[in-house]
Design a protein around this ligand. Sequence first.
Ligand SMILES: [Zn+2]
Ligand SMILES: [Zn+2]
Length: 437
Amino acid sequence: MATSKHREDTSPDTSRKRVCTHRTGGSSSEDAGNTDKSLTIAILDSTPDSLIQPGQDVQSGQNIQPGQNIQPGQNIQPGQDIQAGQDVQARQDTQLVQDALSLAELDRENQGPWEAEYSYEGEAYLHQQYEKCVKNPGHKKFIPVDKFCIDDLPEGYRDKDHVDYIKLVSDLTVRVTVTCVSDKRPVIAPDNGKPYPGYRVRGRRRITFGTGIVIFANVSKLSPDDTCECKECRSSSTPETNFAKIHVNTATHVVFDELEAEHTTCHLFFDKGRKLDECGCVVKLAGMSYVHNDISKDTCEIIHFTHDLKLANKLEQMLETMDSLGDTIFTKKPRHYKFKLSPTSMDKHPLLCIVSHPHGCSKEISLGRWISADKWNNQLVSFYYTAATCPGSSGAHVFVMQDFTELDIPEPMSTEVHCGASVSQPGHNYCNTESGW
Ligand SMILES: [Zn+2]
Ligand SMILES: [Zn+2]
């Protein structure tokens, strides 16, 4: 069993610049150890299951009470676009949007190393969060999936099979949207004793955006009497008998338990445009169930029941093609790339790829190198890599263009999902694993 001492240190990075202009000093919306009674805490600890109340004021240094009114002309922020003649309600609406954006910004900055994206205003402003990105301004290391081509691959990997493999991974990648935060989220991460993401807003309706990947799809039934278990069929006297199951793997800190899974929607094929409605080919999988999570490894498998057999068959076919293509590309990987726990400066590192939805916007591909791993008690506990990630990348499948079978070890990097930005290795990102060596 991995220990907290040697797993990736997930201490919140307190050195990062805070850009929010509305917050009071020193508080963290998810920092369980923080005693500062800030505005954020005041709001988040207010009535459970409530969003920001009309009239709440987020001026610095004030604890805002629900129902507090904004007076005409009050609390207009620099840069806010208030037109002459705009009525009080419009000003309040504008203020509420600003407040919601500020809260999401605080949550994003103070979530520690994890990389989910947050919103209190649906997804209307995700593109703004993308454009204001602090970690990867301009997102120059991300490749929009509809622009990805062979020239993006480094020497040794530049062939059609690698391109096709990455495109299949991309097509199976989903955006994960969770519209509530479970009140079962722990105060600390069990494995390392650090503040657990979402604890401060447990029981509320904040939206979390992450990434996942379809890992299994089938239309076959275990028995002829099996019936669909989607939400409609569960309350129907005649549940559908022709159905399919689509399994998605993501991060536990994105989808924590059954309650959150019920409020989870996965979007397939969100491949272009900043906004969901700008992409005409998106397929929506609303409502998930059957959570199998591993908090230490930070993986979570969820299942969507569907009557769309055509979609399930398509996904099943893509998975089969990806498997066989994987076997092909692994046999012709560059021989001089080595997978070592502690590589030297002379070693070349295998190519690593992550497909994710940065900031909850459309899917992008990032390429980097597998760097190293932490190992404790004969167990691998964390992998480190250079592939670029952002808030919204949490839960993305992490895959290395490397065959591990010749090393006579269980294949790592097969079910691991992206966790966040490493604290112990600044500049690198990481995922956790429990693969025994
Ligand atoms: Zn970003
Ligand atoms: Zn059904």
